[in-house]
Ligand binder design. Structure first.
Ligand SMILES: Nc1ncnc2c1ncn2[C@@H]1O[C@H](COP(=O)(O)OP(=O)(O)O)[C@@H](O)[C@H]1O
Ligand SMILES: [Mg+2]
Length: 356
């Protein structure tokens, strides 16, 4: 019997004893896979996908952190990258989240698997002061307003490592369960293990994206999954808890499949809009300046552009040239200009709107 006040040391190993071959799940898997294929097709058409996905990743990082009440905006996070004195508190945590995601992508790409040690490294990036597997008891998941304890995760470093080893094995095993179902199962299990003092929610959501990359369901880490979770947060919490209480993996899997389907569709739509913005801008810039393609890429990979950034990207010897280019582009109506501290920043209004 599950008691929220007792450490859930009886958390079952993976794979779950649950029959996922139901009509609603198969239908939802299908719909999510179609939406994902569409997103992949869109994203691969971008002129420089790895460069251009970076701003989208900032958006995901803000939302995933927002689920944990680390509240800030895409704009504040981007500004903090220009003004070092602002890189503290929530914006700093969001940048750490993005760093962790990039690190995770590098693991997946280089190693072709994801290990417990990789996961520990990701958490360390996000919560450097609370790094490592929990060694002391006392971690609970509680309602933030009533303080009612909803779940007490397993305790004891050895047990946590044992559960993580089982998760690692399931994650990397080749079997015939659809990767989208496995992604949801992995997420529940990771959250139920709750191996760290803090950062479990964020690391768990990074793992979902990394797993989709590993399983080749996603070609780039662009899926804006946390947007859905943030909007349906109480349902997310309720369904996680329900798996522990009743073993109902089905409802949680269906929730995640819906998230994948809807977010893949909306991310694809955003990618399409970005593509359109790049194309239109490049055409206009071409009428006035050389390097139109590189300038357009720079505008849409650095949402807040500075003179120095453009100079560096285009490898221009004179800062003045970059400055002149930016005023020409601003006069052409592609960018707006404003002051940020002692810096002049340039940005595409429709692009920023799309990211916020
Ligand atoms: N009943 C539950 N069982 C397991 N995990 C849960 C439950 N309720 C919430 N969670 C997970 O715990 C996360 C919060 O854990 P925490 O370590 O504070 O992560 P972070 O620091 O990233 O906020 C939530 O985002 C959610 O993923
Ligand atoms: Mg937390």
């Amino acid at each position: 019997m599950f008691n929220p006040l007792q450490p859930f040391n009886a958390l079952p190993h993976l794979p779950p004893k649950y029959d996922f071959d139901t009509v609603p799940i198969l239908k939802a898997v299908n719909a999510a896979n179609i939406a994902l294929a569409d997103l992949n097709a869109r994203a691969s058409k971008l002129p420089n996908p790895w460069l251009l996905m970076r701003p989208l990743l900032v958006r995901e990082s803000v939302a995933s952190s927002g689920i944990e009440n680390i509240n800030t905006t895409v704009l504040a996070v981007l500004e903090a990258d220009i003004l070092p004195e602002k890189k503290k508190g929530a914006p700093k945590q969001v940048w750490s989240y993005r760093e962790a995601m990039m690190k995770g992508c590098a693991f997946v790409e280089k190693k072709g698997f994801l290990s417990t040690n990789h996961i520990i490294e990701l958490q360390h990036e996000i919560e450097p002061n609370k790094g490592g597997i929990r060694k002391i008891p006392g971690t609970v998941i509680a309602n933030t307003t009533t303080k009612e304890v909803l779940y007490t995760p397993p305790e004891g470093e050895k047990l946590l490592r044992d559960l993580l080893a089982n998760l690692e094995q399931y994650l990397n095993a080749k079997d015939d369960v659809d990767p989208l179902i496995k992604m949801a199962v992995l997420h529940y299990q990771f959250e139920a293990i709750h191996p760290f003092l803090d950062g479990n929610g964020r690391v768990g959501r990074i793992i979902m994206i990394l797993y989709l990359l590993l399983a080749k369901r996603l070609q780039l880490p662009v899926l804006f999954l946390s947007g859905y979770i943030e909007e349906h947060k109480s349902e997310y919490y309720r369904l996680l808890r329900n798996v522990t209480k009743t073993g109902d993996f089905g409802s949680f899997v269906l929730y995640m499949l819906k998230a994948v389907e809807l977010q893949a569709a909306s991310t694809a739509e955003n990618v399409r809009k970005i593509e359109e913005l790049i194309e239109k801008s490049e055409k206009k810039i071409k009428e006035e300046l050389p390097h139109a393609h590189d300038i357009a890429l720079c505008i849409f990979s650095e949402p807040l552009l500075t003179i120095d950034r453009l100079q560096k990207t285009l490898k221009l010897s004179a800062r003045q040239t970059a400055s002149k280019y930016l005023s020409i582009i601003t006069d052409a109506g592609i960018l707006e200009e404003r002051k940020l501290g002692k810096h002049k920043i340039f940005y595409s209004k429709p692009f920023l709107k799309l990211l916020s």
